[in-house]
Write a protein that binds this ligand. Structure first.
Ligand SMILES: *Cc1c(COP(=O)(O)O)cnc(C)c1O
Length: 404
């Protein structure tokens, strides 16, 4: 290209030509973001009802997080774990306090934290349960989404995510999500862990039957296997509590966190567990060059401080109530089902009316960004800094788009 890209079409063309087609984004080219709103290269404003799949729970360019990021950027960004930094220790202490666990292990992407939980669980199976080398099954749920690594897609039930990426990693067993009887029947002497999302975000905000998480907790304790909760999308205030597991007063053996932990600024993920579990990790047996770096952990520590007050959890509840009220009042025949917890909703559209993608396209034309999943479902996860009016307008735009 000889001339500088200019219009949305120019940027879309560049991406299409030079970046692999592993996504199919809406035709919107975002250039700026503040709070719950973004602006495209032509200056058109959109309400961001996806918030980076909950990575932007605190909004775009959150002033508190940006201030910490700017300060740390000028001070120290990376040491590697070959040396200590003055940021990792305080971050680890604060994240342990937030989760109520003894220790944490920091990584970068969510998938890496899931991989970390799998490795820890496998070692725990050998070292705490005394299983032989080739033993150790982790039970996972149908419809899961835990990331994109070869091991993780090995136990995905989504054809698009998994197809032709074999040979697949063994050691996983899939049971239907929310089915405690199937889970009980599947656990045997080889089982070392149960990995699940307390709410399946990617699956379309699928909420398991009431009591399911509590039953999983009891079963895992009874059978001496680890309960591993992937709270990467459901955690950190999205559902109105710090963790989605909190709604059933359930404490898993391992929390997996990511997305909003980095404040929408950096990739920052971690697992948290007690010493009897995490002490299976010994020097050299796991790591990451950028994992726990001072730049990311400084931001993560501010995120934790913001969560510690409970104000964002409260906002998710309050705005969630507004969203639920508006959607109920709408009572649109084109909406088949709404599943919601806190400020997080999966809306199933009558596929006879239009696809989720078509609805998102119409919403974008009307200034709201949302994401479809599984054909006829759209997912709403606006930043928790949105206003009540933003939420009301969002539902008005949904109505308008369905009627158009
Ligand atoms: C997004 C997500 C992941 C993967 O996180 P990445 O940062 O994209 O690797 C894993 N589990 C859940 C539940 C997620 O929502």
């Amino acid at each position: 290209m000889t001339t500088a890209p200019h219009s949305s079409a120019d940027y879309i063309d560049l991406e299409h030509r030079y970046a692999a087609h592993n996504y199919s984004p809406l035709d919107v080219v975002i250039a700026r973001g503040e709070g719950a709103w973004v602006e495209d290269v032509e200056g058109k404003r959109y309400f961001d009802a996806l918030a980076g799949y909950s990575a932007l729970n605190f909004g775009h360019s959150n002033p508190r997080l940006v201030a910490v990021a700017e300060r740390q950027l000028r001070t120290l960004t990376l040491t590697s774990r070959a040396f200590h930094s003055d940021q990792l220790g305080p971050f680890a202490r604060d994240l342990a306090a937030l989760t109520g666990k003894d220790m944490i292990l920091p990584m970068n992407s969510g998938a890496e934290a899931v991989e970390t939980a799998i490795k820890v669980t496998r070692r725990w199976g050998k070292r705490a349960k005394g299983l032989p080398e080739d033993w150790g099954t982790i039970i996972v749920m149908g419809g899961n989404f835990h990331g994109r690594t070869t091991t993780i897609v090995s136990f995905s039930t989504d054809k698009t995510a998994r197809e032709d990426y074999g040979p697949y990693t063994p050691g996983f067993l899939v049971v239907p999500y929310g089915d405690i009887h199937a889970l009980r029947a599947a656990i045997n002497d080889e089982t070392i862990g149960v990995l699940l999302e307390p709410i399946q975000g990617e699956g379309g905000v699928v909420i398991p039957p009431a009591g399911f998480l509590r039953d999983v907790r009891a079963l895992c304790t009874e059978r001496n296997v680890l309960m591993i909760a992937d709270e990467i999308q459901s955690g950190l205030a999205r559902t109105g509590r710090t963790f989605a597991c909190d709604h059933e007063d359930v404490v898993p053996d391992i929390y997996i966190m990511g997305k909003a932990l980095g404040g929408g600024i950096v990739p920052l993920s971690a697992i948290a567990a007690d010493t009897n579990v995490l002490s299976v990790i010994t020097p050299g047996s796991h790591g990451s060059t950028f994992g726990g770096n001072p730049f990311a952990t400084a931001i993560g520590r501010e995120v934790i401080a913001m969560l510690a007050t409970g104000e964002f959890q409260e906002r998710a509840r309050m705005l969630g109530d507004v969203l639920a009220g508006e959607l109920a009042a709408l009572n649109h025949p084109g909406i088949v089902e709404v599943r919601q917890r806190g400020l997080w909703a999966g809306i199933d559209v009558d596929p006879g009316l239009m696809s989720g993608k078509e609805l998102c396209h119409r919403m974008a034309e009307r200034g709201v960004l949302a994401k479809d999943t599984h054909g006829s479902t759209i997912r709403l996860a606006p930043p928790l800094v949105a206003s009540e009016d933003d939420i009301r307008s969002l539902v008005a735009v949904i109505a308008d788009s369905l009627n158009a």
